[in-house]
Structures are given as C-alpha cells and as structure tokens.
Design a protein around this ligand. Structure first.
Ligand code: HEM
Ligand code: HEM
Length: 335
C-alpha cells in the first residue's frame, strides 16, 4: 500500500518526459481493460446460461454511463495496443532505444489519428440511438444495484484468497511471497509479447464489429442484419444477436466461436499476467502478495472456464424465446 502511494505521489512529482507518462498510461489502460474484461466475460456467458439477465446487461451497456465508459475503453485498448508494439520493438531491437522518446510521441499521435474517425462513427451510433423517442434507458439506480453484486463478488473472492494465504502461511510457516520458477517467468515475458501481437488484430476486429460497423446499440436492433453473418435479428433480442453469430458456419466451422475462444484465452492470460506484474510491484507483504496472486491465478482459470463453457453450450432458439417472454417481466421492477 505504501509502495502504491509512493508510486502515485512520485509519478505526479517527478518531471519525467513522455516515456514516464507512457509507462503510467500503459499500466492504467491495461488495468482498466482487465476490469472491463472480467465483467464482460461473465456477462457474455449469461447469453448461454441466463438469457433474460443478458438482455438486462446489454440494456445497461446502452445507458449513458456505459456509453461514456465505452469511449474510454476503446481509447484504452487503442493506446495500450500501440504502446505495447513500441515496448516489443524496443525489447527486441535495443539499438532503437535512441529513438524511444520520439517513438512514445508517435504512439500518442497514432492513437489520436485512429481514435478521431472511430469516435466520429461511434458518436453517429449514439446520436441515432438517443435521437429516437421512447427509448427504454437503464437508470443509474438499476446499474448501481447490478454492479454492486459484482463488487460484492470481488470482495468475497479477496477475503477467501486472504484466508487461503493465511492458512498456507500457518501450515507451511512460510514467510515468502508468491514466486514462480525463474524459467517460467522468462516464458511468461515472451508470452506477453507474442500474445500482445496476436491480440491486436483480434481485439481491433472485435471492437470494429461492436463499435464501428455496428454499435453496441445494434445488438438489440430488431430487423437488422447481424454483423459478421447473413442473419437478421428477428426478435431484436441480444441473445439472438450472439446466437446467430456463434451459430454462423463457414465450411462447417463456427468461425465466431473460434474467434471468441482464441480472443478469450489470449486476453485473459495476457491481462491477468499483466495484473500479476502490477500486484507484485506494490504488494510486498507475503500474506497480501500470496492472496492477490491466488485470486489472479484462480480468477484467470475460472474466467476461461466460464467463457469457454458459454461458447460450447451456445445459444439456441429456446434462449431467444426465454429472453422475449421474460424481458418485460424481469424489467418490470426497474421501470
Ligand atoms: C463495450 C465494448 C464491447 C462490446 C459491446 C462487446 C460485445 C461482445 C459481444 C456481443 C460478444 C458476444 C459474442 C459475439 O457476438 O461475438 C462478445 C464476446 C467477447 N468479447 Fe466483447 N465486446 C466489447 C469489448 C471487448 C473487449 C475490449 C474485449 C477484450 C479485451 C472483448 C472480449 C470478448 C471476449 C473474449 C468474448 C467471448 C466471451 C465468451 O466466450 O464468453 N470484448 N463481446
Ligand atoms: C492489443 C494488443 C496488446 C498489446 C500489443 C499488448 C502489449 C503489452 C506489452 C508489451 C506489455 C508489457 C509486458 C511486460 O512488461 O512484460 C503489456 C502489459 C500489460 N497488458 Fe497488454 N497488450 C495488448 C492488449 C492487452 C489487453 C486486451 C489487456 C487487458 C485485457 C492488456 C493488459 C495488460 C496489462 C494489465 C499489462 C501489465 C501492465 C504493467 O505491467 O504495467 N493488454 N501489454
């Protein structure tokens, strides 16, 4: 905790150059994206397991609060991706360090160049949606109630991990932090770079489909062609959007399931290992360090299992019907 406070105060005090802010932004954008990812994978699995709750979640994604968050998220992903490429290039070509300041400035410029047209298109989707009268928009109280459940879940997981860490300390009399074998750490270092390069086209493609070609608002667009498929969303339900995408076959292969599965495995492993780097920089008490590392390892496994289970189970027409029948009933208390 003291280390975290020192980092924040020193970052604000220290008059470093562009490289210092690149480091801060890379860390903050990575962490912000991981936080979103945790909620997003759990939410998406509801399309397969709890169709009616999935409708409610997508309705919340379409609220003004999440819409602002969506712009921040896209900015985080774009900046982190470009800066990640800069880090990878400098790691493998140390001679280029002479140009690192210029490269950091170039990353900022490239981010702005990509974000300007992207935001313009996203604003178009926002105006189309909010311009139409009679929209059923999720209220702040409803959002706080739903998100509080996630916050409670995080607290329970952290308390459980602390208990496990204390028990481990008592049984083994260990005073050590959570350390992985050195050779494994080296492999993870390489994995962070390899996965970063592979994630880039996957996550940019995903964001292009969900924000640019279509917006988050089109997920519930009745009668609209669903991005990446030839299907029309007849019911206008979010589960039908996901179901049609996951059931789309090209030469017998469910391409969007494959795509999402690859994206899921790569971003969870990359993001959670990044989270581990951050935790190990600040949490030096063995009890807390072990607890946070346990939460990260079990959290990553659980998220991959939940996400893959949803992809395997899939979404069928029964789910569309459940969502259609129950949405009005489920939303009644919030209206
Ligand atoms: C607000 C922004 C986003 C929206 C609206 C969105 C939308 C969706 C939707 C509708 C699905 C369902 C499957 C499909 O249709 O392909 C999905 C799945 C997925 N998305 Fe996103 N996405 C967003 C941002 C992101 C970001 C930034 C990441 C990566 C960091 C990401 C990673 C994933 C993964 C891994 C899955 C598969 C989950 C599973 O298997 O259960 N998404 N997304
Ligand atoms: C889009 C392509 C991406 C690239 C090229 C990329 C690249 C990188 C690189 C090179 C690092 C430094 C690793 C190290 O210090 O050893 C890193 C760290 C990190 N990445 Fe990514 N990444 C990408 C996407 C993502 C996504 C989608 C997430 C979130 C799910 C994420 C979360 C993180 C986190 C939390 C860190 C640790 C930050 C730190 O130590 O300060 N990254 N990334």
């Amino acid at each position: 905790m003291t280390t975290l406070v020192t980092t924040v105060t020193e970052t604000l005090r220290y008059r470093g150059q562009v490289g210092q802010w690149s480091w801060v932004l890379h860390r903050v954008s990575g962490l912000g994206t991981v936080l979103f990812l945790i909620l997003h994978v759990i939410d998406t699995s509801w399309a397969a397991f709890f169709p009616e709750e999935y409708e409610q979640v997508i309705r919340q994604y379409q609220s003004p609060l999440f819409t602002i968050g969506e712009f921040i998220l896209v900015a985080c992903v774009v900046y982190h991706a470009f800066n990640g490429l800069r880090i990878i290039a400098l790691d493998y070509k140390p001679a280029w360090w002479a140009y690192q300041q210029r490269a950091a400035t170039l990353v900022f410029a490239a981010t702005v160049v990509v974000l300007l047209p992207t935001f313009a298109l996203m604003v178009g989707h926002v105006l189309d949606f909010y311009g139409e009268e009679g929209r059923d928009i999720a209220g702040l109280d409803e959002i706080i109630r739903t998100q509080a459940q996630f916050a409670l879940g995080f607290v329970v997981i952290l308390l459980g991990a602390l208990l496990l860490s204390a028990l481990y300390g008592l049984i083994t009399r260990s005073r050590g932090t959570f350390d992985l074998p050195g050779r494994f750490e080296v492999s993870l270092w390489t994995f962070m770079r390899l996965s970063g390069v592979l994630i880039l086209p996957l996550v940019f493609g995903h964001l292009a489909m969900m924000h640019v070609l279509q917006g988050v608002f089109d997920i519930t667009g009745g009668g609209i062609e669903i991005v990446g498929t030839n299907a029309i969303n007849d019911s206008g339900k979010a589960v039908e959007f996901v179901g049609e995408r996951w059931n789309m076959l090209v030469a017998g292969v469910a391409i969007w399931r494959l795509y999402d599965g690859l994206l899921l495995a790569l971003v969870v492993l990359h993001g959670f290992n990044g989270l581990r780097y951050v935790v190990n920089d600040y949490a030096h008490s063995p009890l807390v360090n072990r607890a946070l590392n346990y939460a990260i390892v079990f959290g990553a496994i659980a998220l991959i299992v939940v996400g893959m289970a949803a992809l395997l189970v899939g979404v069928d027409e029964t789910a569309y019907e459940i969502a259609t029948d129950l949405t009005s009933w489920i939303l009644l208390p919030f209206m």
